[in-house]
Design a protein around this ligand. Structure first.
Ligand SMILES: Nc1nc2c(ncn2[C@@H]2O[C@H](COP(=O)(O)OP(=O)(O)OP(=O)(O)O)[C@@H](O)[C@H]2O)c(=O)[nH]1
Ligand SMILES: [Mg+2]
Length: 328
């Protein structure tokens, strides 16, 4: 069935649920772009929950995330989370404002799956408006879930707060580091230690693997952990080494969460976080929209003149923003 020649979200959604990959790609473009069509898509996906497990792969640029993801596609296709099944990949590119649907390097490294109908690979870039990737990526994962993808892999470069947030918004988050002095410490500084459900030391064919493992263990020792201690897996992604062990560790993390009831709890918490981010983005947009108004200038002048302090100025502006309700 060819993709409907339409940008109507509902028609695209139905087609994508029927297995139409072009329609699915278009839906994800709508999600990426934001605005009203994106909200319609998000709403449809939310009402059609699927049974999806999401795995985030994050780490410094060049750590081998795409090479690892490529290997995880293979094992995910063979074994899946609950048996063999389709695999979807979202390669998140924080740097470019428009993806056009392709990050060349990532595509090349995942090329071995280009002809596999059960593999869907998509790049995503920052949307032009507030909320950005932290809002777009969870929406995209829900779309993939709604069209029947049992496993979604999300690759993000773990630099910057927003990317770390995106990486953390998956059921199992894999943090990739490399051997060598200080790599684990850099990962810690980037806030990656806190979000890791498991660590991968990739490029374990290089010297310094044991030292990096010791660094990670030490940092874990200094961290307050619950009942679960993130394991450390060594891989040589370019040779496919350690991938079985990594996949086993993902399965164990999932099993641990299910056993302790934390999977549902974490998903609920992430949904609440999304809600907060949407509210914050909306309020932010409205404040920005007010920035050109006389009222804003008046508040600002009063503050600069010393009549009100910055907190009072903020109170006045917020009161104005909240009074002026959408649709009224
Ligand atoms: N020696 C060695 N090289 C590897 C290994 N895994 C990946 N590489 C190489 O490391 C380079 C970067 O790999 P990518 O998979 O593109 O890394 P990435 O983390 O996705 O990079 P960005 O998406 O650009 O941040 C490539 O040249 C890979 O071939 C490994 O286990 N050992
Ligand atoms: Mg990559």
């Amino acid at each position: 069935m060819p993709a409907p020649r339409t940008s109507d979200p509902s028609a695209l959604f139905e087609a994508a649920r029927g297995g139409d990959r072009v329609a699915l790609a278009r839906l994800l473009s709508l999600v990426e772009r934001g605005g009203d069509p994106s909200r319609t898509v998000a709403g449809l996906a939310f009402k059609t929950p699927g049974d999806t497990y999401s795995v985030g792969i994050t780490g410094a640029p060049g750590a081998g995330k795409s090479t690892l993801t490529d290997q995880l596609i293979t094992i995910g296709r063979e074994q899946g989370v609950d048996g063999a099944g389709k695999v979807a990949v979202l390669a998140v590119d924080p740097s470019s404002p428009f993806s056009g649907g392709a990050i060349l390097g990532d595509r090349v490294r995942m090329q071995s799956h280009a002809l596999d109908d059960g593999v869907f690979i998509r790049s995503m870039a920052t949307r032009g408006h507030m909320g950005g990737l932290s809002v777009a990526v969870p929406d995209a994962v829900r779309v993939l879930s709604a069209v029947g993808m049992p496993l979604v892999l999300v690759e993000t470069v773990g630099v910057g707060q927003q990317e770390v947030e995106v990486a953390a918004a998956t059921d199992t988050t894999i943090v990739v580091v490399n051997p060598g002095w200080g790599d684990a410490i850099q990962a810690n500084k980037a806030g990656l230690l806190e979000i890791a459900d498991l660590f991968v030391i990739n490029k374990a064919d290089r010297p310094g693997t044991a030292q990096t493992r010791r660094d990670l263990e030490l940092m874990l020792d200094l961290t307050e952990l619950g009942a679960y201690r993130p394991p450390i897996v060594e891989t040589v992604a370019s040779k496919g080494e350690g991938i079985e062990a990594l996949w086993t560790a993902v399965g164990e993390h999932r099993a641990h969460q299910i056993e302790h009831g934390t999977l549902d709890r974490m998903r609920r918490r992430r949904l609440e976080l999304e809600f907060h981010q949407i509210v914050a983005a909306r309020v932010g947009e409205r404040i920005d929209a007010m920035a050109d108004t006389d009222h804003f200038a008046d508040i600002n002048s009063a503050m600069v003149a010393g009549d009100i302090d910055p907190y009072q100025a903020a109170d006045r502006l917020l009161a104005e923003v909240l009074r002026d309700r959408p649709g009224s």
